[in-house]
Design a protein around this ligand. Structure first.
Ligand SMILES: Cc1cc2nc3c(=O)[nH]c(=O)nc-3n(C[C@H](O)[C@H](O)[C@H](O)COP(=O)(O)OP(=O)(O)OC[C@H]3O[C@@H](n4cnc5c(N)ncnc54)[C@H](O)[C@@H]3O)c2cc1C
Length: 401
């Protein structure tokens, strides 16, 4: 049965996270936007207050479930709702908050109960991108070789969000590059392991409160049990090697929360625009016939509709994940839509507010800068569309590139 309402506990979560955003996140937004790479220590208190909900808000921890007429609203729904509320505050500061790493979602999605217990509550960053590999993740060059009871990792990862601040890393590496996608696995590396070194921090256009690191692995030895999923290179019924053997599953859990970051940021821009316009004496009213709307009202109505379309797609993808329904297409669809409209809305809000929107006096210009990355990381706009097209047309990745 379709029910587009949030469960009571999620409405409460949204309210609480927005309150935290207003009082404990936004007041630091400009400071850490200016002081790039400075650790936003005030966010530790926010992370503490979110407490158990924090791991749920990143799709992890103990998955509490609320059943309504046979359906489940669990950790994935909690993740997207928590993300709306916190990123309505500031997506950069959210990403800079302890425990917000995308690696957490990976560990909780595909880790064994022992791995979830040991690493699920850590601050885990995700290391996929390399100097020669971005969208084409089948081209991973970092290697993992089993030597006795240890994996030995060698390679370089770039653009790792939270790479410096995190305490664990989820690293994609190949067991044998000649076997292509089938041999790509992910590994948990604890920071401080010899051979693992943060070598650079990037200066960025947005999300400047979060660090973005380049990390090298040089004969970095980790325990044999730190592989996520099976070390076997799986084959299908016809004996063909299965692509990515489990690592791609992670995206079905991480793309909806990332899309939710766009929904939260765009909501923040829309709310701020209404407030700024009101301060300037432009009262926005939506309760008129379409023909009687002013140009600004008509634009805001159209943006609200786009925003809600993105939001509903995010909720659907998260709901499907909670209810164990395959959601790869919906996860990509919501990421493509929410991130695209998030970019358009935040930029348009700057334009609608003109000098107030462009000025650093308010956060609108920052929302527009921060929003851009959401359409790039965790799979670009074009890659999400490609995945949706493959699913709709029932084509494999080799048939539709
Ligand atoms: C601030 C920031 C934080 C990041 N955080 C992380 C992180 O935590 N972990 C991590 O692993 N990575 C992270 N990344 C990397 C990010 O995921 C990659 O930048 C992204 O996947 C794109 O890869 P690329 O930059 O190599 O671009 P490319 O893959 O080279 O793509 C360039 C352009 O070509 C398009 N394109 C590529 N292939 C196709 C195709 N088949 N069809 C149509 N168009 C295509 C892309 O959409 C894009 O517009 C981060 C990046 C940034 C900037």
């Amino acid at each position: 049965m379709i029910n587009l309402e949030l469960a009571k506990k999620h409405n409460e979560m949204l309210e609480q996270t927005m309150m935290l955003s207003e009082h404990m996140i936004r007041p630091f937004s400009r400071k850490y936007d200016k002081e790039e790479h400075t650790y936003p220590k005030e966010m530790e208190q926010v992370a503490e207050l979110i407490g158990a909900g924090r791991s749920e808000a990143m799709g992890g921890g103990k998955k509490k479930k609320e059943a309504t007429e046979g359906v489940v609203n669990g950790g994935n729904m909690g993740a997207v709702v928590g993300m709306f509320g916190l990123c309505w505050g500031d997506v950069g500061l959210f990403l800079g908050m302890p425990g917000s790493g995308l690696g957490n979602a990976a560990i909780n999605a595909v880790g064994t109960p022992e791995q979830v217990k040991k690493f699920g509550g850590s601050y885990a960053a995700m290391c996929i991108t390399e100097p020669g590999t971005g969208s084409d993740s089948a081209n991973i060059s970092t290697t993992a070789v089993l030597d006795g009871d240890e994996w030995v990792l060698n390679g370089e990862k770039i653009y790792v969000t939270d790479g410096e601040r995190s305490d664990t890393l989820v690293v994609w590496a190949t067991l044998d590059k000649s076997l292509g996608k089938a041999a790509i696995k992910s590994f948990i590396v604890e920071k401080g392991t010899p051979g693992c070194e943060v070598v650079r921090l990037e200066h960025k256009m947005g999300i400047r409160a979060s660090d973005t690191a380049a990390i090298t692995f040089t004969d970095c030895r980790i325990p044999k049990d730190n592989i996520l999923g099976s070390p076997e290179i799986a084959t299908d019924a016809e004996g063909r090697k299965k692509a990515f053997g489990g690592v791609m599953q992670t995206f079905d859990n991480t793309r909806p929360p990332v899309a939710a970051m766009a929904v939260g940021t765009a909501r923040a821009a829309l709310d701020m625009t209404r407030d700024l316009l009101k301060e300037e004496g432009v009262e926005v009213k939506f309760d008129k016939k379409p023909a009687n709307l002013s140009a600004v009202e008509a634009e805001l109505v159209a943006m609200e509709a786009e925003w809600n379309a993105g939001r509903l797609l995010v909720l659907k993808a998260a709901w499907m994940a909670d209810n164990k329904q395959p959601n790869s297409m919906e996860a990509s669809m919501c990421k493509a839509k929410a991130a695209r409209v998030g970019n358009a809305i935040t930029l348009r809000c700057v334009a609608l507010c003109q000098s107030l929107g462009y000025s650093e006096q308010h956060l609108l210009e920052k929302f527009a800068r921060d929003s851009k990355i959401i359409d790039i990381f965790e799979g670009t706009q074009q890659i999400q569309q490609l995945i949706v097209a493959r699913r709709l047309l029932e084509k494999s990745s080799s048939e539709l590139k």
